[in-house]
Design a protein around this ligand. Structure first.
Ligand code: HEM
Ligand SMILES: *[C@@H]1O[C@H](CO)[C@@H](O)[C@H](O)[C@H]1NC(C)=O
Ligand SMILES: *[C@@H]1O[C@H](CO)[C@@H](O)[C@H](O)[C@H]1NC(C)=O
Ligand SMILES: CC(=O)N[C@H]1CO[C@H](CO)[C@@H](O)[C@@H]1O
Length: 327
């Protein structure tokens, strides 16, 4: 598999990540309504702030949903993706993260919560609640979010590089990456549906358009009309342009992205790869055929499972006062 410029170390990290210690989704200590006594309005406050943000900056829906995923896949859902590092060695500073956004929104939610109930609601829980509210704001189905996570105090660039599944990943690597965290093949295909909203930098997929496999051609698994369209937007070394991952419905949570994958228009190899497994392919076909008969509900179920990965609960960790800094 060709490794694009932006993912220089991807060959190495694809090897490494099979052998790392698992952070499985167990989630002991989490429960729905954890803040009911200590901060009864916590969830309403999050929802209100997200409603305000969505009304003025709807393009933040993608970035905000993605933050929870990135948090959970590196060290577990413990808010480490939000930490700043004075020496730029935090998760934030890792390459895949060049593209993370929405930190100011999380700070805004945190400020509102600190005003209502100081020191109670963790940053890790804020990410989980915000992700749910974004799904609802874009037209997805609501689901109960388990809360009670506490915040970690370590954030590592190297761990982000090693733990985030790269967009170049094939189906074997994807399944292994999810299984290692207690997530099933179904969770993989369902959660990949998160790409129904948001944008991508050209640099995350131009290797598929130009000189794929070193032969000067494009990725043969990608629809040729789509290749032509993408090439118009993305020149070979473009590091800045954003393209819609689900063109025409980039702010709507729906099954159109699954339809694109079936038409060989999945933007990343990791999306196209869902055609290479009979179970994931069958899921895409069923959802497209039925207009998402179970996808909307399945998404909430898989998000709750993802939200259990490697959590800190009880007296572990801390509740940060400011999400970008340990106390
Ligand atoms: C299965 C492995 C996954 C891979 C390899 C992957 C990879 C990527 C990449 C490369 C981007 C574009 C980043 C950029 O260039 O700006 C992206 C964007 C995004 N991803 Fe994923 N992703 C995966 C799973 C997920 C999951 C599980 C979710 C959430 C449930 C998610 C939600 C998003 C969203 C919402 C965006 C758009 C972000 C924006 O608008 O800025 N992804 N993903
Ligand atoms: C999938 O990717 C991994 C890591 O790059 C590689 O070792 C493996 O051979 C690939 N599997 C297939 C079936 O291409
Ligand atoms: C980080 O957290 C661990 C475990 O919760 C704790 O033992 C350690 O002292 C903390 N380190 C800092 C710098 O706060
Ligand atoms: C190294 C680098 O560019 N890191 C960036 C990670 O994402 C944040 C938020 O967008 C940027 O502020 C950092 O500069």
């Amino acid at each position: 598999m060709a490794c694009p410029k932006l993912f220089l170390s991807c060959l190495l990290l694809q090897l490494v990540f099979l052998f790392l210690v698992p952070e499985v989704a167990q989630g002991q200590g989490l429960k729905v309504g954890f803040y009911q006594k200590a901060c009864p309005n916590a969830e309403a406050i999050v929802k209100e702030v997200i409603g305000q943000v969505m009304s003025v900056a709807p393009s933040l829906s993608g970035p905000l949903l993605r933050l929870h995923f990135h948090d959970c896949f590196v060290r577990g859902c413990e808010g480490s993706v939000l930490l700043n590092s004075p020496t730029h060695q935090a998760e934030k500073d890792a390459l895949p993260n060049l593209s993370l956004r929405g930190f100011e929104t999380i700070d805004r939610v945190k400020t509102a919560l600190e005003k209502a109930c100081p020191g109670i609601v963790s940053c890790a829980d804020i990410l989980a609640l915000v992700a749910r509210d974004v799904v609802v704001a874009t037209g997805g189905l609501t689901y109960d979010v388990e809360t009670g996570r506490r915040d970690g105090n370590v954030s590592s660039l190297d761990e982000a590089d090693q733990n985030l599944v790269p967009p170049t990943a094939n189906i074997t690597t994807l399944k292994a990456g999810f299984a290692r965290r207690g997530l099933s093949v179904k969770d993989l295909v369902v959660l990949s549906g998160g790409h129904t909203i948001g944008t991508s930098h050209c640099s995350s997929f131009t290797y598929r358009l130009y000189n794929f496999a070193g032969n000067g051609n494009a990725d043969p698994t990608l629809d040729s009309n789509y290749i032509a369209r993408l090439k118009l937007k993305c020149k070979q070394n473009d590091q800045t342009t954003l393209v819609e991952m689900d063109p025409g419905s980039v702010r709507t949570f729906d099954v159109k992205y699954f339809n694109l994958i079936l038409k060989r228009r999945g933007l990343f190899n990791s999306d196209s790869a869902l055609l290479d497994d009979s179970q994931t392919k069958a899921y895409l076909e069923l959802q497209v055929k039925t207009g998402g008969s179970t996808f909307f509900k399945d998404f909430g179920v898989s998000m709750v499972k993802m939200g259990r990965i490697g959590v800190l609960t009880g007296t572990a960790g801390e509740v940060r006062k400011v999400c970008s800094k340990i106390n």
